[in-house]
Design a protein around this ligand. Structure first.
Ligand SMILES: NC(=O)c1ccc[n+]([C@@H]2O[C@H](COP(=O)([O-])OP(=O)(O)OC[C@H]3O[C@@H](n4cnc5c(N)ncnc54)[C@H](O)[C@@H]3O)[C@@H](O)[C@H]2O)c1
Length: 437
């Protein structure tokens, strides 16, 4: 099948590469000339395991190409996928300007039956709006399908190729058939729903996962106050098959390009339709509090202030295996620490460049490796669950730091080991409080 994917960010580039990998001919379009030039020169703008090789192979085999011009291959395309950003507006609503701009462009190009697939995360009703925009300039037959994307950054290629489900939102039989053909080589349940249901499934899925994390973080607070170990508690809860073990990791909360904006947007969508989502308001509040509570723990350790302290922050990305720092807890924590008078040294395996952009006005010493970051520090903060942190030489770190104090925001380590084997004063989330070895 000939396919156009509009937008070559995390979702567009991964979707384009994976659809090419399963045999389709894909043209990826982006308005960002620099991005397209880089892609044409074999440079992948994001860090995503397995993506570079897949892009290279499919460019070489002629299944994948890049352009800034939607018009270029439009006439041959049976399917046009919209995968542009839907960021938060200041009021929390999803900003649909990019989706609507693409719809206008499609309206200007379309001359024959085309299935327009919306992969961007959009409020319920957007599919209809996209249809109306195209209909303004084209009176022939076409379909707008909602096919939300559930991939996770850090495992995006694998998630796209092995999804739990593919949601196909359309009541049009012809369009549903095209979509089932499009994904014929990908296993996983294909669920055909109305456009509206598909749009809601995406937001509801993200909001549910965020709720699960905020919930376990609330229970972690109880563990800290009343005794109890959140790891044991989460394991015990997760054994219940109605609940399941995933997304029950206590820590400094959820972040990233999707959960924060999607939970806020769903809350706003409720309002637009006359419903007050009380639960989602609490989920957001718990998450915001989680980051600042962690900073409070540090202040408490230092007798009420971190002023003048040197804090090493390990991890900047919102989670391990990505370079994405959008709404990363590390960013808020660093900003708060610097505001409180601390000096921050920081290290991340992939996210330093993006952090430098986001924290352009915040003084941070970026270190070339984790050992350089912790040298002479008054405390080490683990802000991202990069698996590599587990393999660091923590004995060496305990001897390099100024004082051996670790604030583990991701519960990555065994408290007993950190205390007795390495001699750290070790703080984590919802586990028995720190004791000096
Ligand atoms: N990032 C994720 O993990 C993820 C997962 C699932 C769903 N989503 C959703 O998918 C959508 C895209 O997210 P993303 O993270 O890939 O965004 P992104 O910001 O990484 O990429 C969006 C791309 O669209 C391009 N673009 C904007 N307007 C354009 C236009 N008129 N024509 C061509 N290109 C245009 C931008 O230049 C950019 O390269 C969002 O709605 C997001 O919520 C994201």
């Amino acid at each position: 099948m000939n396919i156009i994917v509009v937008g070559t960010g995390y979702v567009g580039l991964v979707s384009g590469a994976c659809l090419a990998e399963i045999g389709h001919t894909v043209t990826c379009v982006d308005i960002d000339q620099k991005k397209i030039d880089a892609l044409k020169n074999g440079k992948i703008p994001i860090f995503e395991p397995g993506l570079e090789t897949m892009v290279m192979n499919n460019v070489q085999s002629g299944h994948l190409r890049f352009t800034t011009k939607l018009a270029e291959n439009f006439a041959d395309a049976e399917v046009v996928v919209i995968a542009v950003g839907t960021p938060s507006r200041p009021d929390g609503h999803a900003d649909l300007q990019y989706v609507y701009a693409v719809a206008e462009e499609i309206g200007a190009q379309i001359t024959d039956y085309t299935v327009v697939v919306n992969k961007s995360t959009v409020p319920v009703g957007t599919g209809r709006a996209v249809e109306d925009i195209i209909r303004k300039t084209y009176s022939g037959e076409f379909a707008v399908v909602s096919c939300p994307e559930f991939l996770r950054e850090g495992s995006a290629v694998d998630d796209f190729m092995h999804p739990d489900r593919i949601v196909i939102g359309t009541r049009n039989d012809r369009a549903a058939k095209v979509m089932l053909d499009l994904f014929a080589k990908i296993k996983g349940e294909k669920l055909v729903t109305t456009v509206e249901s598909a749009e809601i499934i995406k937001y509801a899925s993200n909001a549910f996962l965020a709720t699960k994390i905020s919930f376990i973080n609330e229970i972690a607070h109880l563990c800290e106050r009343a005794g109890g170990d959140i790891e044991e508690v989460a394991y015990g809860i997760g054994l219940d098959q109605r609940i399941g073990p995933k997304f029950l990791s206590a820590g400094i909360g959820w972040g990233g390009s999707c959960f924060p904006k999607d939970v806020r947007a769903l809350e706003q969508i409720g309002g637009l339709h006359g419903y007050d989502f009380r639960l989602l308001k609490a989920v957001i509040e718990v998450n915001n509090h989680q980051r600042m509570h962690f900073v409070e723990k540090m202040k408490e350790h230092f007798g009420g202030s971190v002023n003048g302290k040197r804090i090493a922050v390990l991890g900047l990305a919102f989670k391990g295996n990505t370079d994405d720092v959008r709404e990363s807890a590390a960013i808020d924590i660093i900003s708060a620490l610097v505001k409180e008078g601390a000096t921050v040294s920081a290290f991340d395996y992939e996210a330093v460049t993006n952090t430098k952009q986001v924290l352009a006005d915040v003084p941070v010493d970026y270190a070339v490796d984790p050992y350089a970051a912790v040298a002479g520090a008054d405390a080490v903060v683990i802000a991202t669950d990069w698996p590599q942190f587990k393999d660091l030489d923590w004995k060496r770190i305990s001897q390099t730091v100024g004082t051996p104090v670790v604030f583990d925001g991701r519960n990555m380590f065994n408290p007993q080991r950190m205390r007795s084997e390495y001699g750290f004063t070790y703080y984590s989330i919802g586990r028995p409080s720190a004791t000096v070895a």
